[in-house]
Design a protein around this ligand. Structure first.
Ligand code: NAP
Length: 378
């Protein structure tokens, strides 16, 4: 069985990939067999994230996207992948045999119903959605942080963490390795593209509608009549809503994802406290996270900057050079700046700001690196 074999393998980094000849698992219960590289990859959902993922594979030589899947809305359409026309197949009915890995970038709901079958037919199912993240048998992979967790994908199913959690985790893991986290207080500023094309389309309608009400907005009389929201729970244009996702008790679904997934990725004890408020902001692309962290030993802002400057996946900004979504878009690192000592926790605490492109570092590039890691292990 493939995962049994992986358990015996030495640890590799995300960059160590051999592509001359690889062993391709066929189904999770079968023995890998050698075929000519590159391995075949399937992508479900060529939307905002999926189309970026396709581009990463096109620009690399580690694997080839041979099949693309979507819902009945796009099944039958032809798209160009790697210079070749590929006909989109209906994801729910396709047979995935022969693929090394299937990357799922369909919205939540699909993986719940189909992950097990697909992982059985193909080698791996790598999920971008939130469906399976709480399942203890499904590891959440951030290749810079926990590459060895791929060995715990018992059924060939792996997932990435929520995009905001990924950005926040990349910003602090280097510090956590030096001084363990004791508590975390986080405010997020999440962009519109976090809700895919439907979110972008609704935002555009909101912006257009609100622009015609400029006078009323300034007078404060129009808010009861703002445009109907369907994708987002509140008005997105010219507004900041501390309500990303839906309420589940006192926290929203996005806040619970941040808390639970951070614990899972870092293996944090229950006595490490995490407080999170997630807000949706009228930014097209790029999530930001204001982080206030307490550690179990003193760590100076100067030492923290030295660590962050050397942390893979992080680009450190210093002085008046502050990380912002407009500058982070299209990049594959998390941009960290405003690093300073906490007044609340003194030498045991730090305050910092992290910004990352939710579509790349928060999603497509993470999935690409995870597949690259899987290829490197066979
Ligand atoms: N956007 C982000 O920042 C971000 C970050 C991290 C994770 N994610 C996750 O990544 C996934 C994709 O997000 P996105 O922003 O790329 O969304 P998107 O732009 O709306 O794209 C969704 C894609 O999934 C396809 N799809 C929809 N329903 C499907 C179904 N039942 N079966 C198969 N394919 C289906 C759509 O194709 P059709 O035309 O056929 O509907 C479309 O190609 C979601 O699970 C999301 O939670 C997104």
């Amino acid at each position: 069985m493939i995962m049994g074999q992986l358990l015996e393998m030495p640890t590799l980094t995300v960059d160590e990939v051999e592509t001359d000849e690889i062993l391709v698992p066929v189904g999770t219960g079968s023995v890998p067999h050698a075929i000519a590289a590159p391995p075949a990859i399937g992508i479900i959902g060529p939307g905002l994230v999926g189309s970026k993922l396709i581009k990463y594979f096109e620009d690399s030589e580690i694997a080839e996207i041979t099949r693309v899947f979507a819902s009945y809305r796009s099944a039958g359409d032809i798209i160009e992948v790697g210079g070749h026309p590929v006909q989109i197949e209906l994801a729910s009915e396709a047979d995935y045999g022969g693929l090394f890995a299937v990357c799922n970038t369909a919205p939540a709901g699909f993986a719940k119903d189909h992950a097990e079958r697909i992982a059985d037919e193909a080698g791996y199912f790598v999920d971008a959605s939130s469906d399976l993240r709480k399942d203890p048998s499904v590891p959440l992979i951030i290749p810079e942080i926990n590459p060895d967790a791929i060995h715990h994908a018992e059924n060939g199913i792996l997932a990435k963490s929520n995009c905001t959690t990924t950005i926040g985790s990349l910003a602090i893991y280097g510090l956590h390795e030096v001084a363990s986290l004791r508590s975390l207080s986080v405010s997020t500023y999440q962009s519109i593209s976090g809700q895919g094309w439907p979110g972008i389309n609704e935002f555009r309608q909101h912006v257009e509608a609100m622009l015609t009400r400029q006078k009323e907005m300034l007078d404060g009389r129009t808010y009861p009549s703002y445009p109907q929201s369907e994708v987002f729970p509140e008005l997105t244009a010219f507004n900041v809503a501390p309500k990303a996702g839906t309420f589940e008790g006192y926290d929203t679904s996005e806040e619970l994802k941040y808390k639970n997934e951070t614990r899972k990725i870092f293996g944090l004890d229950e006595d490490v406290t995490i407080d999170v408020t997630c807000a949706r902001v009228p930014v097209f692309n790029g999530h930001s996270v204001d982080i206030h962290a307490q550690f179990d030993r003193p760590i100076s802002a100067g030492d923290a900057k030295d660590i962050l400057a050397e942390t893979p996946g992080v680009e450190l900004h210093t002085g008046e050079d502050v990380p912002q979504p407009v500058n982070a878009v299209g990049t594959t690192d998390v941009h960290v700046g405003r690093v300073r000592q906490s007044e609340l926790f003194g030498q045991y605490g730090l305050r910092l700001w992290a910004t990352g492109d939710n579509l790349t570092v928060g999603a497509a590039h993470n999935i690409f690196k995870t597949v690259r890691l899987l290829i490197s292990q066979v």
